[in-house]
Ligand binder design. Structure first.
Ligand code: XMP
Length: 545
């Protein structure tokens, strides 16, 4: 058997200077097959040495290097002999620290721009050829390009995304310009001897259509890395390290039916088989058929030991009379921990608790911006590991959500689970405004099933981030047959989003909206009006609460 090469042997260190695109840099590098991690620029030298990066990327950021107190990084970084790519602010900082000159641009450059490539030796090698190959798609975007270049310059130009107010006036010693734009005569610089490169534009964003080839040149031509990171290599490595860590001990895992805990369960089970016990608490707030699907997938398909606890009565009892959204969340969170703890104690001899923590949660605690402000209390099994003396294992803590989905698919998990849209821990309770009762849950569950079925049948399931129904706390007048009615209103919500942080309302085809509305009014007893939510986030949120 070939010796398994661990992707941790070739890691890229990304220093985050606060750019909104930093996570995107990490994802692009990983998509290209190299494992990367994000750290704040104040990272200590020891930590950098311990991390042992094989390449370093300095992100962009909102600050100006000309301002007092703008973020910086240890200068020794440039003496480690590790290839470095500075992006936007990262390039300006590098220029500043190495003795070049940065000044304010006369004109801020924000948006699409043409980059003239002056040197195709390494960072831009083959990029113009790719441009010809992708000309069709470039044509589609042509309208948004400012002042297209003409003649010889056009042949050497590519479309890039700029977002900067400063520019490089004089490169540091040893550097030469390798690309220019209208407002930045030095839009890319290189010191080939030290393998240090800088680009003024953002190769990581989709608006730089050939950016992935530039990043790929940096990783493979300049830093000479191998493609070691893939869903398959992640699974092999994780299974191996889980076996070493857990030995012959027992592990418990709280299954919610969501992508993260489901993939974590299948992965841990692949590593340690029957030593894993999954506990699935039905809080009575799940969507139609969901509990059955979870039981079916885990018990029947994957043959994973699963304890199914139907705690609907207890959750509803605790929610009786509660209308305040935060109160609802707290009540559900506490009840969940109570039930889960009771069940976990029955699993005698368990030493580990497995959780589906993802990489964005990990960086949030150490990020440039610091922990993000808590807007809503999310429910999890907080506090349980210490109380029960369980050691935590988090097999997905290196992954982004889309990578978790790819790992799930590689593990043979069904689309229904792998592509399940995000669903809040407190479930349908945050989609019922006002009191949560068994009867109101029944109405919402039926309406929600119709929304999902229609959108999925229309083939729009994967392209829309979340789609669901909300039961409002008001009644409105209607007429059915000859009778005047006074019944419930259901709002339909469908949004497009990349990460849930911002979202646009989805412009669903009107016949589809018509079908959804007709079916809800005809099939769900007690609903006489359907509205469609056309607000984006911000300033609205995705859930109504
Ligand atoms: P909002 O409503 O704040 O939601 O725009 C952003 C995203 O977070 C999801 N959400 C949750 N996910 N536990 C979760 O795991 C929760 O308590 C929770 N609350 C909201 C929401 O569905 C959307 O995708």
């Amino acid at each position: 058997m070939p010796v398994l090469k661990d992707y941790h042997q070739q890691k890229v260190l990304i220093l985050d200077f606060g750019s909104q695109y930093t996570m995107l840099i990490a994802r692009r590098v990983r998509e290209l097959g190299v494992y990367s991690e994000i750290y704040p620029p104040a990272i200590s030298r020891d930590r950098i040495r311990q991390f042992d990066p094989k390449a370093i990327i300095l992100s962009g950021g909102p600050a100006s290097i000309l301002d007092q107190g703008s973020p910086t990084c240890p200068k020794e970084l440039f003496e480690m002999g590790v290839p470095i790519l500075g992006i936007c602010y990262g390039m300006q900082l590098m220029t500043h620290l190495l003795g070049g000159k940065v000044s304010k641009s006369k004109k801020r450059e924000y948006g699409p721009a043409e980059l003239g490539i002056d040197d195709q030796t390494d960072l831009f090698a083959g990029v113009l050829k790719k441009k010809i190959a992708e000309k069709e798609s470039a044509k589609l975007h042509h309208d948004s390009v400012r002042e297209p270049l003409t003649g010889r310059r056009e042949a050497l130009g590519i479309r890039v995304w700029m977002s900067h107010g400063d520019r490089i006036e004089k490169p540091p010693k040893g550097f030469a310009g390798i690309a220019h734009s209208e407002n930045s005569p030095l839009a890319a610089i290189a010191d080939r001897k030290r393998k240090i490169f800088g680009v003024q534009f953002h190769p990581e964003v989709a608006h730089t259509p050939l950016g992935k080839y530039i990043l790929s040149n940096f990783l493979f031509k300049i830093a000479r890395l191998d493609k070691l990171f893939s869903p398959g290599s992640f699974i092999e490595n994780t299974v191996k390290s889980l076996r070493e860590k857990v030995g012959n001990k027992k592990v418990i895992l709280g299954l919610s039916g969501g992508v993260d805990s489901s993939v974590a369960a299948v992965l841990v089970h692949k590593a340690i088989g029957k030593q894993l016990l999954c506990i699935f608490v039905n809080n009575g707030l799940l969507r139609k058929n969901e509990p059955d699907l979870v039981v079916e997938v885990f018990r029947k398909h994957f043959k994973i030991p699963l304890r199914y606890v139907d705690a609907t009565d207890l959750f509803l009892k605790k929610l009786k009379g509660v209308s305040d959204p935060e109160q609802k969340r707290k009540s559900i969170g506490h009840t969940f921990i109570q039930v889960f703890e009771q069940e976990a104690r029955k699993a005698k001899g368990a030493e580990f608790l497995a959780q589906g923590t993802l990489y964005p949660d990990v960086i949030e605690s150490t990020s440039f911006r610091g922990p993000s402000s808590k807007i809503k209390s999310h429910h999890n099994v907080g506090g349980l590991p210490e109380k029960m003396r369980l050691k935590l294992i988090e097999p997905l803590r290196e992954l982004f959500k889309d990578e978790v989905r790819m790992v799930g698919a590689e593990l043979g998990m069904p689309d229904q689970v792998v592509w399940r849209p995000p669903f809040p821990g407190p479930g349908l309770a945050v989609r019922i405004l006002g009191e949560v009762t068994r009867e109101r849950l029944g109405k919402l569950r039926e309406a929600d099933a119709i929304v999902r079925e229609e959108i999925e049948n229309a083939g729009l399931g994967k392209e829309i981030w979340q789609y669901f129904a909300v039961l409002l706390p008001v009644k409105s007048v209607g007429v059915m047959g000859d009778e005047r009615t006074y019944e419930n209103v259901v709002a339909v919500r469908a949004v497009k989003s990349l990460d849930g942080m911002t979202a646009d309302w989805a412009d669903l085809p009107h016949p589809l909206l018509g079908r959804i509305s007709n079916r809800i009014i005809n099939e769900v007893k007690g609903v006489n009006r359907v509205t469609y939510d056309i607000s984006s986030k911000p300033p609205s949120t995705i859930e109504w609460e």
